[in-house]
Design a protein around this ligand. Structure first.
Ligand SMILES: [Zn+2]
Length: 124
């Protein structure tokens, strides 16, 4: 999944304040100007933004947990028909209903789905 700083800053505005350069992480002795940056997420876990290989790593977040980190979705989850709802294809999903009626922004929902797709279920 390709991401850039604008995308990261949009979904996690807080990390703007905590950006740090992880020097030496992106490969010792490589003659390149690319470098990896690691962001501490406000809810724990880390994002590693690696311009060189165009890959985003999300660590320590399961698909089931992800919507907990979107406050406007979290408050709706109890209204979903299934308590393990991931707000994708399930019927009677309160989150999708809220997106359809503009109570949750479609942009945020798309961010949610993009991140969801990037999480490797097999790890959990
Ligand atoms: Zn749902």
């Amino acid at each position: 999944m390709w991401v850039n700083h604008l995308f990261l800053n949009k979904i996690f505005p807080q990390i703007n304040l905590k950006t740090k350069d992880v020097s030496g992480w992106s490969g010792k002795g490589m003659h390149t100007t690319t470098f990896a940056e690691m962001y501490d997420l406000p809810f724990g876990g880390k994002i590693i933004d690696t311009p060189g290989i165009r890959e985003l790593g999300l660590v320590d977040i399961s698909k089931q947990e992800l919507s907990h980190y979107f406050p406007e979705m979290r408050i709706l989850m109890n209204d979903c028909q299934f308590n393990n709802c991931m707000h994708t294809e399930e019927p009677n999903c309160a989150v999708k209903n809220a997106v359809n009626t503009n109570k949750v922004s479609a942009e945020r929902y798309i961010s949610y789905r993009n991140i969801l797709d990037s999480i490797d279920e097999k790890k959990y």
